[in-house]
Design a protein around this ligand. Structure first.
Ligand SMILES: C[S@@+](CC[C@H](N)C(=O)[O-])C[C@H]1O[C@@H](n2cnc3c(N)ncnc32)[C@H](O)[C@@H]1O
Length: 344
């Protein structure tokens, strides 16, 4: 079933439709749709604040948050970039030049702030002391348990009341530091509350009430995406949203798919296989009908032949014995023969 995104602003819709598959990185297409949709919905609802991401690589997910921002909002990109020695678990490899090219290509304004730093050094650098100011905080930097706890704590202390924190790779079996860190953070009294799981990312809110609010917002924005509601997680209830073949609706009134979305390709292939199967069985039915038709024709020919053979001696005998009777019968027989010939 095709799913429709909420109506998205021009640059965001364009990036999802044709830009997303060009930018290298790690981001499920449906998750890109959820991130962009949440950003736009939150802004539309008048939640003020900036957006931030730790762990940029080339900006694939950052661009979902940073396009079409009003002039008074900032998008903050945090990555070790060239200082890859600080990338302790080699998760991705930030490249500032490529990132900046992508910002320019997809139309991010000059309200992007780039912070080249390990997230482990942010607190010392006064990042937290600057106060609560983010409405969306995406965490996708180092994937060890210590870094995950560190980044969740930074997000917790810098998001606004209606803000959301997005934690990447929470169920990625190659990066189990993330889930270990999440449970340490929650177990140690972290105040963020899990609300929604999208493919590969967990979205947390600032309180139980805000988590409910977030779930309601998802239900409203993505009615086609809900897979399972009220799933228990660490003492909370979350809603799980799935992978869908999205049609991206833009303010231009068009609904277009995401270029190269594999899920869409799979569905098309499945539909093609279904049609091929239908074609094969229709052909087989047609062959059977042809064979039946041939058999009926042959039976008809044989019956005609039998009739002719049976009629000839009768006619001859009648002609011999009753010539006066045979004479008027002759034209009738001729007409019968002509009809039989025409019907072949
Ligand atoms: C998995 S990649 C990010 C993927 C990206 N969000 C995307 O959409 O493709 C992880 C990034 O985090 C950066 N990184 C790793 N450890 C970090 C740390 N401690 N602080 C900040 N950035 C870090 C890496 O340089 C890399 O660019």
């Amino acid at each position: 079933m095709t799913a429709f995104t909420p109506v998205l602003p021009e640059l965001t819709a364009g990036y999802l439709r044709t830009g997303l598959h060009q930018v290298k990185g790690w981001l499920n297409v449906s998750t890109a749709v959820y991130l962009s949709g949440v950003e736009a919905a939150q802004r539309g609802a008048g939640v003020s604040g900036d957006v931030a991401e730790i762990g940029i690589h080339h900006g694939k997910s950052f661009l979902c948050l940073a396009l079409d921002l009003p002039a008074d909002q900032r998008a903050v990109a945090i990555d070790v970039f060239d200082d890859q020695a600080a990338n302790l678990d080699q998760s991705g490899r930030g490249d500032r030049d490529i990132f900046e090219q992508n910002l320019a290509t997809y139309g991010a304004g000059d309200n992007v702030d780039i912070v080249q730093s390990s997230s482990l050094d942010l607190e010392q650098a006064g990042f937290v002391a600057a106060g609560r100011r983010f409405r969306i905080f995406s965490i996708d930097g180092g994937h060890t348990d210590q870094i995950t706890v560190n980044d969740l704590r930074i997000a917790e202390r810098t998001v606004v009341d209606h803000g959301l924190v997005v934690l990447d790779d929470v169920l990625n079996r190659h990066w189990l530091g993330v889930i270990t860190g999440l449970f340490s953070y929650l177990g140690d009294g972290g105040s963020l509350v899990p609300a929604v799981l999208v493919p590969n990312k967990l979205i947390l809110a600032t309180s139980t009430d805000q988590a409910k609010h977030c779930r309601a917002m998802f239900a409203e924005q993505f009615p086609d995406g809900l897979e399972k509601a009220d799933v228990p997680l660490a003492g909370h209830q979350i809603d799980v949203y799935g992978d869908r073949p999205w049609l991206v609706r833009g303010e231009d009134g068009r609904s277009e798919p995401v270029t190269g979305h594999e899920l869409m390709a799979t569905i098309t292939a499945a539909r093609l296989a279904e049609l091929e199967q239908q074609l094969r069985s229709t052909r087989a039915e047609l062959d059977t009908t042809h064979r039946q038709l041939d058999r009926t024709r042959r039976q008809l020919d044989a019956t005609r032949q039998q009739l002719r053979t049976a009629a000839q001696p009768l006619y001859r005998r009648a002609a011999r014995r009753l010539p006066w009777l045979a004479r008027p019968v002759r034209p009738v027989l001729r007409r019968v023969r002509a009809v039989v010939r025409r019907s072949r």
